[in-house]
Structure formats: structure tokens, C-alpha cells
Design a protein around this ligand. Sequence first.
Ligand SMILES: NC(=O)c1ccc[n+]([C@@H]2O[C@H](COP(=O)([O-])OP(=O)(O)OC[C@H]3O[C@@H](n4cnc5c(N)ncnc54)[C@H](O)[C@@H]3O)[C@@H](O)[C@H]2O)c1
Length: 314
Amino acid sequence: MKCLVTGCAGFVGSHLTEALLAANHEVLGVDSLIPFYDPAIKRQNLISALAHPRFRFAEADLIEADLQPLLADIDVIFHIAGQPGVRDSWGEHFAGYTRNNVLATERLLHAAAGMDIKRFVYAGSSSVYGDSPEMPWHEEVCPRPRSPYAITKLAAEHLCRSYRLDFGVPTVVVRYFTVYGPRQRPDMAFHKFLKAVLFDQPIPLYGNGRQTRDFTYVSDIVTGTIAAALAPGAVGETFNLGGGSRIVLLDLLEMLTEVTGKPVIIEQRGQQAGDVRHTWADITHSRTILGYQPQVSLQEGLREEFAWIQKRYG
Ligand SMILES: NC(=O)c1ccc[n+]([C@@H]2O[C@H](COP(=O)([O-])OP(=O)(O)OC[C@H]3O[C@@H](n4cnc5c(N)ncnc54)[C@H](O)[C@@H]3O)[C@@H](O)[C@H]2O)c1
């Protein structure tokens, strides 16, 4: 396949790019290296792909770039680019979220509508479920997003649906449940936790610690995302990509001690606006249509991420 990966320099996009190259596909990566976190980290994420003969990189903004030439000859679009982060999405920051999550998606779909694209895979988010009480969440549960970020991610899903129904763009939505692993974004919990443990610093714990999360190792996310581009019967569908490792936060902190071999110091903080209490994926639909089955246990995945954190900061 000739693939376009938007957000190729980010955490998920860089892993996806490498996996596609390893599977003999051709990749054109697009990223504008937005300064949500240090662009130098993103450049580092790209080092291995840049050395690959089947990779080309376009440093370009999806809002400003001429998209037609980028889409020429492309079979599959993996639209991973976006502005992540629940807690930062309120108030003055919202404009950036609507720009990079809603407007960018609309622009890409509009450009794709005139091209011979086989699949358009959109990286959605479990945050769209918000505080929906029907757990575990299956894809038909009515979304009740709680943060401006989640609202932009849901709006982009609806754009995918509209462009599929009215313009025939073969869209598929994959909803990621908290992704972790090497290269995880510096604003994300495991990254912060493991870095804090490494330097014997306290871990900020928001809320009472009884909240639960369904974490997904990045290689499982990549496998599910590629399956969404290939599986028959996936077009028009939405798929949960969860990790099957739902855990209470306090138990996770115990696991951190086990994995790192170091004591974990906790610093209690208040509840954060936009944070949901629980996340829990029902992956039956993904298993049936995509053959999706997460392979990496939380313990194993945390070890991998800690090894990377040690290398990065140690
Ligand atoms: N990491 C998670 O746990 C998680 C969970 C749910 C959903 N997601 C979604 O997955 C996607 C990737 O997340 P991530 O954690 O890798 O984030 P990331 O910030 O590491 O990667 C996103 C990349 O998109 C690029 N980008 C943003 N706006 C752009 C634009 N207008 N033009 C070109 N490039 C642009 C950024 O520069 C960045 O490199 C996002 O869409 C996010 O909403 C992630």
C-alpha cells in the first residue's frame, strides 16, 4: 500500500509509520510539529523512519498545505494528527483543538473526496464516551464527552461519517484507549509517573485513586489501526482499541513499584476538570471484524516504557 500518515512525528504516528515500513508499505508522513510539546522530541521520533528508503516526510500543516499533491497515488490515509490532551483543552486553548482536530480533519476529508482512496482511517478517542454509565463501553453507547478535547474528537468522527455518506470517502474510526509505551507524550500519566519514580520524586495523584483506566500498549494500537485499513467489512464502522488491562489507579501505583524496583511517593491533588472516572473498552466488535486481540500485558508494557524512560533521562 501507499500510505499517508498524518501526525507521523508524534507518539502513535511514529510507531505506526515504522510498522508500515517494516511490512513493506510505502509511507508519506505529514506533520507540522506543533509545539504542544517540544518539536525536538518529534524530530527524534522520526529518525528511524527518515533513514528508510520507502519513507518521505513532508513538514506541512494540514490547514495550510495544498493537500491534492500529497494525496496523489495514496491508497490509504491514516489520519493520526491531532491536538491531544484533555486537561489543556479548556478556554483559550480550545481554538487550537478545533483547528487541529476539527478543521484539519474536514480539510483532509474534503481533499480525499476527490481522490481514489481505498481507506481513510481516523484516530478517534475513548474520551468521546465521557461519563457514559453503560460499561464496558461498546461502540453503540451514546457518547457523552466531558471535555472540549473529547468534543472535537467526536465532531471529527461525525465529519468522517458525513464524508462517507455524501462523498463516498471510505472512512473507518478507531477509538484509542489511553495509549502507552516508548515515546509516550511527556504530558501523559505513565511518562510522568515513571520519570518521577526514576528521579525519586512524588507522583501527582488526581482524585482519590479509585478511578479505573483501560490502557493500551502502542504496538497493539498500531496492529489494530493497520487492521482497520485492511479488514473486509470495516468501512463505515467504529472500533474500540482497548488494552484489556483495565486497572484501578492505586493498584497501578503498586505495580509501578514492582516494575521499577523503586518506592513510589504519592502527592495527592484535586480532581481535574474533564477527567472521567472510568474507562473500559468492550472490544468484541474489533475482535470480530478486525481480528483485534491485545498482546501486551500492562506489566510487560510498563517495563518497556520504563526501560525507554531510563534511556531517555538516565
Ligand atoms: N495517546 C493516546 O493515549 C491517545 C488516546 C486517544 C486518542 N488519541 C489520538 O491519537 C492521535 C495521536 O496521538 P499522540 O498521542 O500520538 O499525539 P502526538 O501529539 O504525539 O501526535 C500528534 C501529531 O500530530 C501533529 N499535528 C497536529 N496538528 C497538525 C496539523 N494541523 N497538521 C499536521 N500535523 C499536525 C503534531 O505535530 C503531532 O506530532 C491524536 O489524534 C489523538 O487525539 C491518542
